[in-house]
Write a protein that binds this ligand. Structure first.
Ligand SMILES: *Cc1c(COP(=O)(O)O)cnc(C)c1O
Length: 368
């Protein structure tokens, strides 16, 4: 208000607009269409009834930003701004502009319930819900992104059936209905159901479960620890082993790389033979290595995750060299005959102990 040049009275009144003892809902995010930031606004009158119930009042804080080129997102913000400007809504809801990390920091500390209503399966994560955890807020969210992994009845509330429904407006309407229902019948009553000391015991139990169960799993501390233990430290150890003895190992790796450079373009698949017996396909392929050491590559059989089958990746065994001028070797593998032989494709990849494939060497040659 002050930045917009409102009167001193208006600015002063805004300081006392909200009551820390009322149930406070927060919804703040980028106004991208897939986040459905106006799902809660599908039935404005029902939302207003929820907010303005004198026995069990609710206050709502909305914040957000739309990309400058996203006019659909901007229109959604406008809808919210129009709603909170209504004189009957004004005491119960605010829209805070310039959503940024400083504003988030205060919001995630101050809200009782954090709402998220994305359209499945578009929410990659939903980070802000995790920020709420450590502050004792409780999530009410679509079962998408992190909440699809984190949700349990004891730690919060869920929306949706975990399935995908495209952008079907009738499904959006159904979910909006479910959101109001959940707020009216579960969230608001739980917040205002108090013991004789004024403590909402069921609410506090949920808060504690949410903090205890979810903060160890969904935090930057855990993520950084995993990166460190699983990737950074092994990478540091690998580096040290490669540079030891004036780079002895590193030099051998470079020799291996040069031999790949020299021969890779000439590698080729020859004849393929499949025999099916005892529930297995025995697949044999000839691979022309043209002088490349057979230990410098890994030949494997691959079948994709299609038609309800699991992915298969199995190393093929080098049986023996063939006496031909292309320096060919015969490779063999036995795979399950549950799926058709045509699902399986052989491929050649570089191999060297301690070198991360395909991170460091991404060449791959597929059987045609
Ligand atoms: C946390 C945060 C986001 C991301 O939140 P989501 O829940 O992933 O949408 C976006 N903007 C700001 C300013 C944030 O603090």
């Amino acid at each position: 208000y002050a930045a917009a040049g409102a009167s001193a009275d208006t600015v002063e009144a805004a300081k006392h607009l909200f009551d820390p003892d009322k149930l406070t809902l927060g919804f703040a995010r980028r106004f991208a269409s897939y986040k459905r930031p106006n799902l809660l606004l599908q039935d404005p009158e029902r939302l207003l009834r929820l907010l303005s119930n004198p026995q069990r009042p609710v206050q709502l804080i909305i914040a957000g930003k739309a990309h400058p080129a996203d006019s659909a997102g901007q229109a959604l913000i406008q809808k919210w701004v129009q709603f909170v400007r209504r004189p009957d809504v004004r005491p119960h809801a605010v829209f805070l502009s310039d959503y940024d990390m400083q504003l988030t920091e205060r919001l995630v500390q101050g809200v009782d319930v954090w709402l998220n209503t994305p359209r499945r399966p578009w929410e990659a994560c939903g980070t802000s819900g995790m920020k709420v955890l450590v502050n004792g807020g409780i999530n009410l969210s679509e079962l998408d992104g992190w909440w699809a992994e984190a949700y349990a009845q004891e730690v919060g509330w869920a929306l949706g059936d975990g399935k995908e429904h495209g952008d079907d407006p009738s499904w959006d309407a159904e979910e909006a209905e479910a959101l109001y229902d959940r707020l009216e019948r579960e969230v608001v009553p739980a917040f205002y159901s108090r013991n004789d000391k004024g403590i909402p015991t069921a609410w506090v139990a949920r808060m504690r479960e949410s903090m205890a169960r979810l903060t160890p799993r969904f935090s930057a501390e855990r993520a950084v620890r995993e990166y460190t233990e699983q990737h950074y430290l092994p990478a540091a150890a690998t580096y040290l082993s490669r540079v030891a003895n004036k780079g002895e190992v590193a030099k051998k790796i470079m020799d291996w790389r040069h031999s790949l450079d020299a021969t890779w373009a000439s590698l080729q698949f020859g004849a393929v033979k499949v025999e099916t017996r005892g529930g297995q396909h025995i697949i044999e392929v000839e691979v022309g290595l043209h002088g490349l050491d057979s230990k410098a590559v890994r030949v494997e059989i691959f079948a994709d995750e299609i038609n309800g089958y699991h992915i298969t990746r199995q190393e093929m065994t080098c049986l023996h060299p063939l006496s031909d001028e292309s320096g060919s070797y015969l490779y063999s593998v036995a795979v399950s005959a549950d799926r058709p032989p045509a699902d399986y494709t052989a491929r050649v990849m570089p191999r060297y102990d301690g070198v991360a494939i395909p991170l460091e060497e991404s060449r791959i040659l597929w059987q045609k």
